[in-house]
Design a protein. Structure first.
Length: 222
């Protein structure tokens, strides 16, 4: 009996993980598959270990748990997908990258030509409309949490770059708070020059490294 429901749980989880990794699936489909697998695994485990359990109860538990998990995963994905689409529309043509991460967080990567001038943390005018729309989506999804991470290029020393990266994240948080977003939802970090995404040996690479990254997740997802 133990072997059967354990195999059922493992098989369901593996199947969902494999399916949710398909490149041609939408975010909603991936969420449904992942939720279904987690629910099926839990359902099989509960069904097989409760009184009078066995292969039939484990199988029924897997089916019911899979259905419930699919609904939960689908609901979450729809919310995040709607916010992602809203931000894609708001940032179209600005150079801001809006993606969904492998751990199901919404990520916005804002380059320096949109967000901040070199060596400064003042929010540039062309960054303000992006943050205005972002604040609106956050207020429409009050359960989400936000992490803002500031970065710099390698010009200067860590004693300058680290506080500058933190200040950039803090200015972004404060701007959102001024548009009605509860600041307790927002965590800020500064990474200085420690996490470059391009070479620091030329101007183009340094410009890419001067950036702000914003992550959005629902509780338990990030």
């Amino acid at each position: 009996m133990t072997t059967y429901f354990t195999k059922s749980a493992v098989a369901a989880t593996i199947l969902a993980l494999g399916v949710s990794g398909c490149a041609d699936m939408s975010a909603t489909q991936r969420g449904t598959a992942t939720g279904a697998g987690a629910g099926a695994a839990l359902g099989a485990l509960i069904g097989g270990t409760t009184s009078g359990g066995g292969s039939n109860r484990a199988a029924k538990g897997a089916v019911l748990g899979g259905a419930a998990g699919a609904v939960i995963g689908n609901i979450w994905s729809k919310r995040m997908e709607q916010q992602k689409q809203a931000m894609e529309q708001a940032t179209r043509g600005t150079g801001v990258e809006v993606t969904q991460t492998s751990d199901n967080r919404l990520k916005m990567q804002i380059p320096s030509d949109v967000s901040f001038d070199t060596g400064r943390s003042d929010i540039k005018p062309n960054f303000q409309p992006v943050l205005e729309r972002f604040a609106t989506t956050l207020n429409e999804n009050p359960a989400t949490n936000v992490v803002i991470i500031g970065h710099t290029d390698a010009t200067g020393n860590p004693g300058i770059n680290q506080p500058l990266s933190v200040d950039r994240a803090a200015r972004t948080r404060d701007y959102l708070a001024g548009r009605g977003v509860n600041p307790s939802r927002i965590t800020i970090e500064g990474r200085g020059e420690r996490e470059p995404i391009a070479s620091n040996t030329d101007n183009n690479g340094r410009a890419r490294n001067r950036r702000v990254e914003i992550y959005v997740a629902e509780p338990g997802r990030g």
